[in-house]
Design a protein around this ligand. Structure first.
Ligand code: PMP
Length: 774
């Protein structure tokens, strides 16, 4: 046993004062009268004194160094000072001493039969100790929360005595190995050995990077007092405080809750304890990922240490024997579940990747049905991570995302993510209560229109924004006719699907809708104005009138088409002359995609009546909006009250504000101009030497590349698809668009870097070369 470098105190028997002697000591040293009742204590002697002010007398083990006693007093005082709501037992000043002398003023010296001991008096707090298994759900969570508060209050606390070896502190778990000899049962030795092997493989390499500080280390049943409801009334005994990983404290709580519970109930209680802890102190992903193994190590200590100590004294305390039994059961439960399952049960691990892509696709079909849009690419992607313009699949493969316009400021942007998490943690409600972020976002959006539009209404998707805009246009115009481009897409609601020819499929054009064809530079056709005149004429003749025309400023679904200012102004004029409103759908072109302005319509020199926002507004968090003029909102408000449960909720608004800030801080507009300029030039150069590439249209980072049969202007959807698949196989994601699906859609997050943009072109070059060779 001498090989073990465990804490010395554990190897020395506690002092042996009788209750009568203890009462006499309390009177003599602290002037306190009372009957002394002995309490359980592993290394010291502790007595309950039932005097006028109840107190606990602690007589320390001779091996206990005074610096540790001092740390205990200082740690308790620190916690009480930092978080006065935590009920901690504080030490009493020795009569006649000066608190300015520091912790030494709180301990007195007593001579025992063989040695000198230190005596201290601590507050006796209300409540009693109770095994974790007897606690209800609220009490479990409360215990977890209290543990987190203690940890938070001790943050930044340091004392030299905190660098020490406590065997239930998981950092010393491997020191249990040599002690295993003391466990008589070979199967238990195997179980502990296996658990420690797992710990060594999984935890040891990660240990140095875990958050460290001085913590209590032992917030278990014997150190936490509770009332009849199980609410925490006292945290006692900071005598084991150590410098170690912060996560050791919640693990102590988990141990307390798991021991004595069986099966699913053990895991459920553990999860509730973690919930309680994370109310105050969210765990980091690295900590969560090893919770199971840490709990296993702690249970090993609960099995091995009592066995080892009873072997030392040949006098096992009844309590220790009992704990050993239940800790062992808990350890067996984890072992039987398997570590991956334990990790999953405790919420630390993503579900494993046991599912293959084809299996997941079949499961998707079963669960989500046939109406859902198909998966992208012949070999679908199972994506699990993202960073900037990159996506990561379940196998760790990296893909350059040159397709996704939602995460304008990049996948997982820390400012946006943290804004969402912080607000979700604080509060999420709705627009029936006041909250400032929604107002700040609205004021910024209004300012971004140059003040031409001055009212903002929040919804949750581009479809909803367009649906609301359409209702407003109908209310204001009194008409019901709508005009969109030939192959537009504006959303999923009944009203908006009617205005989305791309979505009509086999359905006939709705009676109240007419379309116009955008100019086609490659073929030199431009019938836009004539189409518009015909549309208006037909709608009027049909008795529908014109409620609104809606236009995606970069015409994504029409193949990404630019409009010149003169034409744009004429189109708007004609619609207005017919009594209709102009809706600028900025779901695609907004938030800086053009590089010219935050909104694509502004580049056209027009002033819409209503602007709709969506996709990029929350960088992936669902949030959308309508911006309009006060008089329009008034007319609409006059006929219906507007409220959307999630529209404008504080979490969505936190995301929206963060996106606007990042766009400014990262100078996204000028970045888009630079990268898009280079990318478009490189694509045009590529088009010059690739007969299959017809026309390259770049409106900032909305880029359409027509694919044609070589030497003709004939579209070639087959080759277009082959190119997109080839790019995917080489790790670059793009899509297709246009009426014939014969246009490559290159529409990356706006933060794409120049080198990444070059990779898109180089990969396209490679794919085109490969196709020529076939
Ligand atoms: N408008 C445009 C121009 C769009 O591209 C889309 C979506 N592709 C929408 C509206 C609808 O947005 P959501 O999918 O958020 O409803």
């Amino acid at each position: 046993m001498s090989r073990v470098i465990a804490d010395q105190v554990l190897t020395v028997a506690p002092p042996t004062f009788s209750p009568a002697e203890a009462a006499a000591l309390a009177r003599e040293l602290f002037g306190v009268d009372g009957v002394a009742t002995p309490l359980d204590s592993e290394r010291d002697q502790a007595f309950l004194l039932d005097g006028d002010r109840p107190a606990i007398l602690k007589v320390s083990n001779v091996a206990e160094e005074t610096t540790r006693l001092d740390m205990e007093a200082l740690a308790a005082q620190r916690v009480a000072q930092q978080d006065p709501g935590i009920p901690v037992a504080l030490p009493w000043l020795v009569p006649g001493r000066d608190p300015a002398d520091g912790p030494a003023a709180y301990r007195a010296t007593v001579a025992g039969p063989a040695d000198t001991h230190h005596a201290r008096l601590y507050d006796r707090l209300p409540g009693r100790t109770r095994p974790g298994a007897t606690l209800g759900d609220d009490a479990i969570r409360d215990w977890g929360t209290m543990a987190a508060r203690v940890g938070r209050a001790l943050r930044g606390f340091w004392h030299p005595a905190a660098a020490r070896v406590m065997l239930w502190d998981a950092q010393h778990a491997l020191q249990l190995r040599p002690m295993l000899d003391a466990v008589p049962d070979a199967s238990i030795r195997d179980l502990v050995g296996r658990t420690l092997d797992r710990y060594e493989a999984v935890v040891t390499p990660r240990w140095p990077t875990l958050r460290h500080q001085v913590i209590h280390t032992d917030l278990c049943a014997s150190n936490v007092l509770v009332d009849d409801e199980g609410q925490v009334t006292g945290i006692i005994d900071f005598g084991d405080a150590s410098w170690t990983a912060l996560v050791v404290d919640p693990i102590g709580v988990l141990e307390t809750m798991v021991v004595g519970r069986t099966g699913e109930e053990a895991f459920r209680s553990a999860r509730l304890a973690i919930d309680g802890y994370e109310r105050v102190m969210p765990l980091e992903a690295e900590e969560r990922g090893i919770i199971g193994e840490l709990l296993g190590a702690r249970l090993c200590a609960a099995v091995v240490v009592p066995a080892w100590r009873s072997a030392l004294y040949a006098d096992p305390a009844a309590l220790q024997a009992e704990l050993r039994g239940e800790a062992l059961d808990a350890l067996r439960l984890l072992d039987a579940a398997g570590w991956d399952e334990v990790g999953r049960q405790l919420g630390g691990r993503q579900p494993g990747t046991a599912w293959t892509v084809p299996d997941l696709a079949a499961r998707r079909r079963r669960a989500l049905g046939p109406a859902l849009t198909g998966l992208s690419y012949a070999r679908p992607l199972h994506l699990v991570g993202g960073d900037g313009a990159w996506l990561i699949d379940a196998e760790g493969g990296r893909y350059l995302d040159a397709y996704n316009n939602v995460p304008v400021v990049g996948h997982g942007h820390p400012r946006v993510v943290e804004a969402v998490v912080r607000q979700a943690r604080r509060l999420n409600t709705n627009m029936r209560y006041l909250h400032e972020t929604a107002l700040e976002v609205a004021e910024r959006l209004v300012a971004s229109t140059g003040g031409e539009l001055d009212v903002v209404m929040y919804v949750n998707s581009g479809s909803e924004a367009n649906d609301l805009a359409w209702r407003m246009a109908r209310a204001v115009s009194g008409d019901r006719g709508g005009i969109a481009t030939d192959h537009a897409y504006h959303g999923i609601s009944e009203a908006i699907s009617a205005l989305s020819p791309e979505d009509w499929g086999t359905r006939r054009r709705p009676e109240h809708v007419r379309t116009w064809r955008p100019p086609d530079a490659l073929r030199g056709t431009d019938a836009a104005l004539a189409d518009m005149d015909a549309a208006i004429g037909e709608l009027e003749a049909g008795g529908h009138g014109v409620a609104a025309a809606i236009l995606d400023g970069v015409m994504t679904s029409d193949g990404i088409v630019d409009l010149d200012r003169g034409l744009a102004a004429s189109l708007v004029d004609r619609v207005r002359a017919a009594g209709g409103l102009w809706i600028a759908d900025e779901v695609q072109g907004g938030y800086g995609r053009t590089g010219a302005d935050l909104w694509s319509y502004r580049r056209l020199g027009i002033t819409p009546d209503i602007v709709t926002l969506g996709k990029p507004m929350g960088n992936g968090h669902p949030v959308a909006a309508v911006i309009t003029r006060r008089d329009i909102a008034e007319r609409f408000g006059g006929e219906s009250d507007f409220f959307s449960t999630f529209g404008g909720n504080p979490v969505a608004m936190a995301a929206a504000l963060a996106v606007l800030e990042v766009i400014e801080d990262e100078r996204i507009l000028s970045h888009v101009r630079d990268v898009a300029g280079e990318l478009a030039a490189a694509l045009r150069a590529l088009a010059g030497r690739s007969p299959a590439v017809g026309d390259v249209r770049s409106i900032g980072l909305a880029i359409g590349v027509d694919v044609v049969r070589p030497g003709t202007t004939e579209f070639d959807p087959h080759t277009t698809r082959a190119i997109v698949e080839g790019m995917r196989e080489r790790g670059v994601l793009i899509g297709t668009t246009g009426p014939q699906d014969s246009t490559l859609k290159i529409r990356p997050p706006l933060v794409i870097r120049a080198a990444e943009a070059r990779l898109v072109v180089a990969t396209l070059d490679e794919v085109l070369a490969g196709l020529r060779e076939r």
